[in-house]
Write a protein that binds this ligand. Structure first.
Ligand SMILES: [Zn+2]
Length: 342
């Protein structure tokens, strides 16, 4: 029996035909602003002690804060919701066994995804209690730190650090956790290798078949160089053709070089895709210190142009963006008609 579309898919498609929807902004910048140390990351002192053990240092393992600093993470989600986000992402970009292996925290993956979705739901329910607006939890699925298509070893081009099957298993565990925690959407993001994304899509399809309910998928690639290709060499059009069989709710781009560099590639996707489109650029290019200089008004002005050009249905922010960026973006696209899907 094929899975039936979830109520969230119908609700999102209806809203997306009425107006441009708003996605949230970066977690990293907000987490950095908390100035947390190793003790905070593992939950000693002020936090919640983590029941999962690892011998590795955990500072920088942002996803772990779901379990050790849940109040702080909920507050960030709440700020984005109140800034105007209709769709808010879980803090689970690296919550797979493959990515958590760097921190020896593979055992925490199930809890991270279940709790990660629950925390967003709590934050969004608080916001909705204030203004009555419906909001949606997007379970964030990152690319992992390994690529299935190319070799990391220049002397051994046939070598792969990860297989499709490794990725499928890891993503299955993540997606099942996100669904258990109440995700309304699965957002597969920052895709630099479409083969990794296809493993995530496959894991979603299996999960939807198991539950009988197909959540909407948002699929977002990243263009990492000026030639306009993904890391594994695909053009935006090729990227769309590689994933369109999954009938995603949105296709689009995030992260990378900022809004200005993203614009022509987003326009290309909008011209070929027969589904809604989503763009959430970084706050410009990172400077020499890896920080982002673009203020809320700068990013919002450019994203507002995407809207007036008619190339977007969902917009938000990636690295370096803040609740103020999202508030400015929401204001910049308010009243601009959404892209028409043909
Ligand atoms: Zn980013």
């Amino acid at each position: 029996m094929p899975a039936i579309p979830s109520p969230s898919r119908k609700a999102l498609e209806k809203l997306a035909r009425e107006r441009i929807l708003i996605l949230d902004g970066a977690m990293g910048t907000q987490i950095q602003g908390l100035g947390l140390g190793e003790d905070d990351f593992v939950g000693h002192g002020s936090g919640h002690a983590c029941r999962h053990h690892s011998d590795h240092p955990q500072k920088g393992n942002n996803d772990l804060l779901i379990l050790t600093q849940p109040e702080a993470i909920e507050e960030i989600h709440f700020k984005y919701a109140m800034a105007g986000a209709d769709i808010v992402e879980t803090n689970t970009f690296s919550a797979t066994t493959i990515a958590q292996a760097d921190y020896g925290m593979e055992s925490a993956v199930h809890d991270l995804n279940v709790e990660g979705a629950r925390i967003v739901r709590r934050a969004l329910d608080r916001a909705t209690a204030i203004d009555g607006k419906p909001r949606f939890v997007a379970g964030a699925v990152g690319p992992t730190n390994r690529t299935a298509s190319i070799s990391p070893d220049v002397n051994n081009p046939g070598f792969r650090a990860v297989t499709f099957e490794d990725l499928r298993k890891a993503y299955s565990q993540q997606v099942n956790g996100l669904i258990e925690g109440g995700a309304d959407v699965i957002l597969i993001e920052t895709i630099f290798d479409t083969l990794n994304a296809k493993a995530a899509i496959f894991a979603c399809m299996e999960a939807f078949e198991r539950t009988g309910i197909a959540l909407p998928m948002m699929i977002s690639g990243t263009i990492t160089d000026a030639s306009g290709r993904t890391l594994t060499g695909q053009t935006p059009t090729a990227f769309w053709h590689s994933v369109k069989h999954s009938r995603p709710f949105t296709i689009g781009l995030n992260c990378a070089l900022g809004a200005e560099a993203m614009r022509p590639h987003m326009a290309e996707i909008a011209s070929v895709a027969d589904t809604f489109t989503c763009a959430y650029p970084n706050a410009g290019l990172p400077n020499a210190f890896g920080q982002y200089d673009e203020g809320p008004e700068d990013t919002a002005k450019q994203v507002g142009e995407f809207a007036r050009e008619g190339i977007v249905n969902v917009v938000g922010g990636c690295c370096g963006t803040t609740p103020d960026h999202i508030r400015a973006i929401a204001a910049a696209v308010a009243g601009v008609p959404p892209r028409v899907v043909h």
